[in-house]
Design a protein around this ligand. Structure first.
Ligand SMILES: Cc1cc2nc3c(=O)[nH]c(=O)nc-3n(C[C@H](O)[C@H](O)[C@H](O)COP(=O)(O)OP(=O)(O)OC[C@H]3O[C@@H](n4cnc5c(N)ncnc54)[C@H](O)[C@@H]3O)c2cc1C
Length: 461
């Protein structure tokens, strides 16, 4: 079999890239190792209902009139109408440093500005200067690493406020410990604080079905249960792939969305970057009975919290670290069609290495998962009030779950700490898109797929 373009990975970057290309040339083949598409952003069925994975809130909200905003550019590139997505904006989110300070934010940036002016008056003018810098900075210009933490601290002169601003941006998109590259910080600041968060009215399955139906309408092909076990190449050009089933597929161009090190491994030339520390996470979904009303913070969409004296974003020395984390209530978006389900989701940093040690002992692994859920409850209840009595079902994922279902090395959601921003991995016709190209999150990964097609593949045809 031969195809002009072969895309490895049916996550959101692969799907968006495939759809973008199919709009011009229908001969594109998308290969996904699983029976279901979506990758990190997918779904599964338990307890007679659909559970979403990887969707708390989509960043980069933009009103229809903001023509150049990333969301609207993406929809134009994919020829998807806004009304097909049925967008619902977040209610209000919060950064809560327990016993220290709290900041509210929403899709109206002036809320965060006024919170900072009220609660950190001495940093107010520094924050305005920092904003000028953020607004004028080009995060896509190739640059060596600049510490965002040092720069923010220089402007704000308040380490608590520095940590509070970094906390959501790190949890939603930093692949490095305790700091961010300035470019990544600017991208995430704009995506979360200045643009804001939303979700579609339907489930992630509806969104994936929509993308797939557009793709198939253009004539694009997809093969699921098609794990690539080797990329066939001569050191300069990729000629095709060998699937785990033994089938060979040749191609003119190839796009890999599975991660940089994962791609080098398929090429038979690991770069050694697998030794760099990669951040793992655990998440527990608590399904609550429909009549539950959370005693506090019941209208918040996301709460990013820290309960330690100083905020630390790093691989813990234990299986997981509940001292900081994300609490998400996915039903709390404006005018969301009412759902009979209520959820609280808690996410924390985790150690892949320690979870891996439990892999062979299924009882210890199960008990550790139960401990994760149990341990994250006290802080969640401290913030939201008691809800344990309303839990009707719960499920926990670990870095091993991520590794098993998406092939991400060490189960690291945000991938390799070193990003390859131009998608060029040293081959004439093989490029990288997705998480390790440097765009993160749902809109980011889709834009990554689209931009690599626009930049590297369409101009050569
Ligand atoms: C718990 C969690 C919460 C998140 N919350 C949010 C959020 O609230 N908002 C947000 O915007 N983003 C969120 N994200 C991040 C978002 O899901 C990801 O950034 C995005 O989905 C990455 O897409 P991708 O296509 O780059 O990678 P992936 O989703 O990893 O896609 C890669 C695909 O390649 C496939 N693959 C791997 N190896 C092979 C192979 N050898 N052969 C064939 N196929 C292969 C995998 O199965 C997978 O489907 C979250 C993620 C997680 C896990």
């Amino acid at each position: 079999m031969h195809t002009p373009l072969l895309i490895i990975g049916g996550g959101l970057s692969g799907l968006a890239a495939a759809l973008r290309f199919a709009r011009f040339i229908p001969d594109v083949l998308l290969l996904e190792q699983h029976s279901r598409i979506g990758g990190l952003n997918s779904y599964y069925y338990r307890n007679n209902r659909l559970f979403e994975t990887g969707l708390h809130a989509i960043t980069n909200y933009a009103a229809a009139k903001e023509k150049n905003a990333p969301l609207n550019r993406l929809l134009r590139q994919l020829k998807i109408k806004r009304k097909e997505l049925d967008l619902h904006q977040q209610n209000q989110s919060e950064i809560r440093f327990i016993d220290q300070q709290s900041l509210l934010f929403s899709n109206d940036f002036s809320l965060l500005e006024s919170e900072i002016a009220d609660k950190f008056p001495a940093s107010s003018s520094g924050f305005r200067t920092l904003l000028d810098l953020i607004n004028s900075y080009d995060p896509f210009k190739p640059q060596s690493f600049i510490s965002a933490r040092e720069l923010i601290q220089q402007h704000l002169k308040d380490s608590l406020l520095t940590d509070m601003l970094l906390c959501p941006l790190m949890y939603y998109g930093s692949s490095i410990e305790n700091d961010m590259d300035l470019g990544q910080f600017v991208i995430m600041f704009r995506a979360i604080f200045q643009e804001g968060m939303f979700r579609p009215g339907g489930t992630i399955k509806d969104l994936l079905d929509l993308l797939l139906s557009h793709y198939k309408k253009h004539g694009g092909q997809i093969k699921t249960r098609a794990a690539v076990s080797r990329i066939l190449h001569d050191g300069k050009k990729a000629h095709g792939v060998l699937l785990a089933s033994g089938e060979e597929i040749s191609c003119d161009y190839m796009l890999s969305t599975i991660g940089s090190e994962e791609t080098f491994t398929l090429l038979g030339k690991p770069s050694g970057m697998e030794q760099l520390p990669r951040l793992g996470f655990v998440e527990t979904i608590f399904e609550l009975s429909p009549e539950t009303i959370l005693p506090q913070g019941h209208d918040r969409t996301i709460i990013f919290y820290n309960a330690a004296e100083t905020f630390s974003y790093q691989q813990p020395d234990e299986l997981f670290d509940v001292k900081s984390g994300v609490i998400c209530m996915p039903q709390n978006f404006q005018n969301l069609p009412s759902s009979p389900f209520k959820e609280v989701r808690t996410t924390h940093l985790a150690s892949y290495r320690l979870w891996k040690e439990l892999e062979r002992d299924s009882d210890s692994y199960r008990i550790a998962k139960e401990n994760t859920a149990r341990s994250s409850l006290p802080l969640a209840e401290k913030i939201l009030g008691n809800f344990a009595q309303n839990i009707v079902y719960r499920d926990t994922f670990t870095p091993l779950t991520i590794e098993r279902f998406t092939g991400k090395m060490n189960g690291a959601i945000y991938g390799n700490p070193v990003k390859i921003k131009d998608g060029d991995i040293g081959y004439d016709n093989l490029f990288l898109a997705g998480t390790d190209q440097g765009f993160l999150g749902i809109i980011g990964s889709m834009l990554s797929g689209v931009s690599i097609i626009n930049q590297h593949i369409l101009p050569r045809l």
